[in-house]
Structures are given as C-alpha cells and as structure tokens.
Design a protein around this ligand. Structure first.
Ligand code: AMP
Ligand code: ZN
Ligand code: FE
Ligand code: FE
Length: 280
C-alpha cells in the first residue's frame, strides 16, 4: 500500500525541519509522495523537490494560504502550483510583508505588558520571510520569558489573548482564484479545526477542488464527516500530518497516511484542468 503526506512545513515558514530532514523522515517512514505546504511561501519547494527526487519520493508543490470568509479564518492549500507564477509570487511577497509587520505589532503588545522581547530576536530566530506566532513563542521561551510554547500561546498568543494580533487576510474567493491562476488545485485545510462547514458550499461554487479530510487533529469521526461532505460535493480528498517538526519528542510526520489513490485523483484533475483549455 502506497501512502502520502500532503501537509508539511519546513523552516521556510514555521516548521523546524529543513527540506533534507523532512524528506529523510518521509523516506524512513516509507512515504511514496509528499507535498510541502509552508504558510504563505513556496520558497522551499525547489530544494524539497530535489531531495525528494534523490530519496525516490514523488514531490508535489504546495503552499498554505491564510484566507477568510465572513470573518472566519480558513486555510487554503494550493497543490501543484507553478512556484514561478508571477502573480502568486507577488501576492505571497505581500502576505509575507504583512506577517513581518504583525510580528512587530505582537512584540509591541508584549512590551506594553512589560514582557521585554525584541522584534529583532524573533526575526533572527525565524530566519525566514514568512514568520508567524510559533516564532514569537519560541523567542519567548528562548529569552526565558515563558517556560514553554504552550504557555506562550495560552498567556499571550492565542486568539483573544493580549498579544494576539489578527492577520490581514485575503478573501477565500481570492485565495481559490490565486491558486487556480497558478495552475493549482485549491483545497480547504483542516476544516475540523476552523469550523468552516457553512463555508464549504459557498467555496464549492467558487471552484474549490478538495477538502483535507485526514489531519492529525481530526478524530476518526471528524474525518468520516468530511469524507461524507467530499462525497456530497464531489470534492477531492486530501490529508496530511501538518508536521512542524518534533511534537512531544517525536516528528509529527507519520501520524497521517493518505492512501495514494487520492494522489492519483488529484493528478488526474490537475491534468484535466491543464489540458481542457487547449481543447476548447
Ligand atoms: P500564524 O500563522 O502566525 O497565525 O500561526 C499559526 C500557527 O501557529 C499554526 O500553523 C500552528 O503551527 C501554530 N499554533 C496555533 N495555535 C497554537 C497553539 N495553541 N499552540 C501551539 N501552536 C499553535
Ligand atoms: Zn504553522
Ligand atoms: Fe493551517
Ligand atoms: Fe499547516
């Protein structure tokens, strides 16, 4: 049986693994295919493609975009995107600039709370163009200002906590369109985490291609629920670990094994979409 993990992060966003380390774990665990889905970034894809190639793993380009619909945050996975697509790269650069401004704002809020963290220490630790809250949490722990990442999120960074800053987000419609114009398939990430069931039919009308039914934080019942929804709306099914590195001493990759038949269906759909315009 062949398996895939289609939701993975590296240090090109808020993961801790390099592409080499991630592909190494994928090879050790026997994955046939992997997709890289760094937040608002496609920068790691070139290296990931090379190292997966050397490890005999099929690589699928990807990204995870933050979007919203009627005030609800949702994450859109874009698979098979052309990582050289001009509009995608321009828009991603803008999202990254917003992320960097947001780090400064979160640090300013922490300073107001008499937590003496410096934005530069977060940027130095993140060492990437797409920094996020996990980097702030790690910098707080490194500076001895919090005992753990959990404490940093619980006290300061979770939604509604005093240093939480909402992220400026594009609309989900724009997100789907951005992925499509880059030749990709648009998939709603971890619907069970964002409670976005009401949005699914709306996005299906806007051209959503799939939903992530299998995810580390989806229970068996949650996965079954989204498999039903996928069936009802004729959506493709995806899944992945959402690995950001080690979690409780173990790499998270390996917790979700997506049967390879779903990768076949994704590939069939992407080639149908690429070929069809030529036949018109
Ligand atoms: P951001 O994109 O900056 O809003 O950060 C979102 C990322 O933070 C997610 O992808 C998770 O990796 C991480 N995250 C969100 N909530 C928590 C939490 N309560 N504890 C630990 N990590 C979290
Ligand atoms: Zn993340
Ligand atoms: Fe996400
Ligand atoms: Fe993710």
């Amino acid at each position: 049986m062949k398996f895939a993990d289609l939701h993975l992060h590296t240090h090109f966003s808020d993961g801790t693994f390099s592409p080499e380390e991630l592909a190494g774990h994928g090879q050790r665990l026997g994955f046939a295919a992997m997709a890289l889905t760094d937040h608002d970034s496609v920068e790691g894809c070139t290296r990931m493609a090379e190292v997966c190639g050397a490890a005999g793993i099929e690589f699928i380009t990807g990204t995870e975009l933050t979007a919203e619909h009627n005030g609800t945050e949702l994450h859109l996975l874009g698979y098979f995107v052309d990582t050289q697509n001009e509009k995608l790269l321009v828009d991603i650069a803008r999202f990254q600039a917003v992320r960097q401004d947001r780090i400064r704002e979160m640090v300013a809020r922490l300073n107001e709370l008499n937590v003496p963290l410096e934005a530069e220490s977060v940027f130095a630790l993140a060492n990437c163009k797409s920094p996020g809250r996990p980097h702030v949490a790690r910098a707080l722990v490194k500076a001895g200002l919090c005992k753990s990442l959990d404490e940093a999120f619980e006290r300061f960074l979770k939604k509604g906590r005093p240093a939480w800053v909402p992220k400026a987000r594009m609309s989900a419609f724009e997100g789907v369109e951005l992925i499509h114009q880059a030749g990709g398939l648009a998939v709603m990430a971890h619907p069970g985490l964002n409670r976005t069931d009401d949005v699914i039919p709306v996005l299906v009308d806007a051209g959503l291609d799939g939903i992530e039914c299998f995810h580390t934080k989806h229970s068996t019942a949650t996965s079954a629920h989204y498999l039903e929804i996928a069936d009802k709306f004729h959506l493709l099914v995806t899944g992945g670990s959402d690995c950001h590195g080690f979690s409780k001493g173990k790499p998270l990759i390996g917790t979700v094994k997506l049967p390879y038949e779903h990768v076949e269906k994704l590939k069939a759909e992407v080639s149908r979409k690429t070929v069809e315009p030529l036949n018109r």
